[in-house]
Design a binder for this molecule. Sequence first.
Ligand code: ZN
Length: 312
Amino acid sequence: MHARIEQAAMPHDEAGESFFRELVEHGLIIPSQVDGVVGRGARFEEVLNRFDALVLRSDDGQRAEAPMFPPVIERRILEKLHYLDTFPHLCGSVHSFFGDPRQALRLATRARQGERWGEELEQTDVVLAPAACYPLYPTLAGVLPPQGRLVTLIGWAYRHEPSREPTRMQSFRVREIIRVGDPDTVLAWRDAWHVRARDLLDALGLPIVSEVASDPFFGRGGMMLAQSQKAAKLKFEIQVPIFDAAQPTAVCSFNLHQDHFGKAFDIRTADGQVAHSACLGFGMERVVMALFRHHGMQTDDWPAAVRALLWP
Ligand code: ZN
């Protein structure tokens, strides 16, 4: 079934470009002039929504609270989490124009003449959400119910990492499930989902690999953070080879935050302890790309067992 990838002994970049072209030719993605920013075709979206529905049919998907947040979040959330200490290179900040008519004319003239015009703008109170779950935590401030909270949401995440690699987008959706409560409950929940998510992706005919992983922290200090994150097994990824058998792509990640969000936003358990949290996220576009890669560009031809799950 995976012969397509094993045959593709092309260099990584070339294999990525070739897969990108294939997706474009089949109308699944719509390229733009900016690397890592693409439109999605209707068939791509249909598969994405059907996979999302499959996740939501799980027990937790049905039980969880399901709020929705916009793709911009309060700037103070990044500040409270010290996001810029660790991921300054990924941040997307929203700036706007606050000036007078004279400055407005200068802004418009610069833009018209193809000059840079960012200096004419000022920082606003919002940034692009770097993770779908970030807007949730401030809303949990205070004392949790005895059983903690279980929440699911889908949201757009922004990461400033322009790349021609089709699976590395600047703006993409993540379906997350988030558990907040006492440390034992949260850890057991994360471990149970690690198995559940593997079973789910396996049932969809995807060749999965599970790895202890780390976040792409910035700079030299970041290497140490990544090592300690790995040593404490705070992050796992489920990876699937998409266009390069040697370098599989993470399609789902599990993050144990310990008391990081509980401390930052004063979230407490019913017995007064700082709450722990964990989340899992399916990279929706990556799952969809993996499905098209492994089952072919025509969904009608996908294996019956896979179709039965997605088109129940
Ligand atoms: Zn999350």
